[in-house]
Design a protein around this ligand. Structure first.
Ligand SMILES: *Cc1c(COP(=O)(O)O)cnc(C)c1O
Length: 452
């Protein structure tokens, strides 16, 4: 019962074997058949070579692979704090608890005092206005959505003035010209890549101008012969002409981190104090769940709130729960800096990092520690130099070693440089040293017996 042309066993033959071995008791028959087809496909791609471990064990392995969850936790030993591929900001403990405790029925849109319908925005609005000094606030799914929404609300059918130096791509295909186009506003470019002056904006004003947009250059810096217009200047010029100023600040920095030498990101409160509307992410420096937050003058927020996009982009209960809990931590600076992982990692003391690195290195044969630098990631503080202490050890095939670390449960994500594997303790969370050490040991066992 083999396929005459390929020499591979027939599906029904493998299914009978699998049934005999009890696989159909472990999983629905359909899944077993899928696993069989997968195993056969794999054999075909090896020119018909049967699996080394035998057909049924191979089918069993394929079946188990299918039953494992796909979204799983990993240990981030890269030192990149806001790693977009690794889920950006890790949530604070209280935010995790809030998600769990409200996962069932909850007061998402319910006022227990009146027994009537409430708004999901009420849970975070007052916190946001308190923390940023804004008149009003609105939360949607992410910052890209927030930009589409707010531009559609205030500038659809009209013109939006943007500096050529700010027509940027943030990554993940977020391009300012595309966002403007999708919002239904017409882009009026002014200035040059490196220099845009107030008079360039003023010269572009027409009866159709609805908005002037500032975009933070999140992931790069312009230096040298550069001129920019401050948000405040823009507001002073535009407001008397009934033109809105919107500032896409990107990262959502809510605390002044100057004392840690971190000065390149705009503080949301400063942007708001100019009278502009600020748009930012919930899962970058703010350190909360994925969300897009708009704060600013009441008329702009109200205009956005009644826009149909708001319904299409509304955040779910898990997001509101985590965001509320995270924002509450901002009511006290010390709580925010110690309990919000993003901020704690960003401001980690060098002696603490050195101690953590030494503790890991001690448990890995041949590992040493050395000075290095971490990065903020997520298009925040691109120039920031965050000195850290790395754990380093040599290996013959660094890329294969990194791949083996990724096969560990939980996967450990590290980096390699010049024939060495590098581990940065800055992004390794409490209690995760264990995983790092055992992943390295397991990877070494695999590397030593590469044929198994
Ligand atoms: C990151 C970023 C965005 C996109 O934010 P998301 O929450 O990922 O949608 C938009 N603008 C700027 C300036 C950013 O840095």
């Amino acid at each position: 019962m083999t396929d005459a042309r390929t020499g591979l066993p027939a599906v029904h033959k493998l299914l009978a074997d699998a049934e005999r071995e009890g696989l159909t008791d472990q999983a629905p028959r359909e899944l077993v058949v899928n696993a069989i087809r997968k195993t056969l496909d794999a054999a075909r791609s090896r020119d018909g070579k049967p699996p080394k471990e035998g057909w049924v064990p191979a089918v069993k392995r394929a079946l188990e692979a299918r039953q494992r969850p796909s979204l799983v936790p990993v240990v981030n030993a890269t030192g990149v704090i806001l790693h977009t591929n690794l889920g950006r900001a890790p949530l604070a403990e209280v935010a995790c608890q809030a998600i769990v405790s409200t996962a069932g029925y909850n007061t998402l849109e319910y006022d227990v005092n009146t027994g009537e319908r409430g708004s999901r925005q009420t849970h975070v609005r007052d916190l946001l206005t308190e923390i940023t000094g804004a008149e009003d606030a609105l939360v949607v799914t992410n910052a890209a959505a927030a930009m589409v929404l707010v531009l559609n609300a205030v500038a659809a059918g009209g013109e939006t003035i943007v500096s050529r130096g700010e027509l940027v791509e943030i990554g993940g295909s977020f391009r300012i010209p595309t966002i403007l186009e999708k919002s239904g506003t017409i882009l009026i470019e002014v200035g040059t890549t490196n220099r845009t002056k107030l008079r360039d904006y003023v010269a572009a004003i027409s009866p159709r101008t609805k908005c002037a947009l500032k975009v933070h250059r999140s992931n790069f810096r312009l230096s040298g012969f550069v001129t920019d217009v401050e948000t405040g200047e823009l507001v002073e010029t535009m407001t008397p002409r009934s033109i809105h100023v919107i500032h896409d600040v990107g990262s959502g920095l809510l605390l002044d981190l100057t004392e840690y030498g971190l000065t390149d990101e705009p503080l949301v409160r400063d942007v708001v104090s100019t009278g502009a509307t600020a748009v930012f992410s919930g899962d970058k420096l703010l350190g909360g769940p994925q969300a897009g937050i708009i704060v600013g003058p009441r008329d702009v927020i109200q205009e956005a709130a009644i826009n149909p996009f708001t319904r299409a982009m509304r955040p779910g209960k898990t997001v509101i729960a985590a965001l509320e809990a995270t924002l509450r931590l901002y009511q006290d600076r010390v709580s925010a800096l110690t309990q919000i992982p993003t901020l704690a990692m960003l401001t980690a003391r060098q002696d603490t990092l050195a101690r953590q690195a030494a503790a890991i290195a001690q448990r890995i044969d041949g590992a040493t520690t050395e000075p290095g630098s971490s990065s903020v990631g997520g298009g925040s503080f691109p120039d920031a130099d965050l000195p850290t202490t790395l754990v380093a050890f040599p290996t013959e095939h660094p890329d294969a070693f990194l791949a083996a670390l990724r096969q560990h449960d939980p996967p450990v994500i590290a980096r390699a440089d010049k024939g060495r594997v590098l581990l940065d303790p800055r992004t390794v969370r409490d209690g995760e040293d264990e995983h790092v050490v055992s992943a390295v040991a397991a990877a070494r066992r695999v590397r030593r017996h590469p044929c198994e």
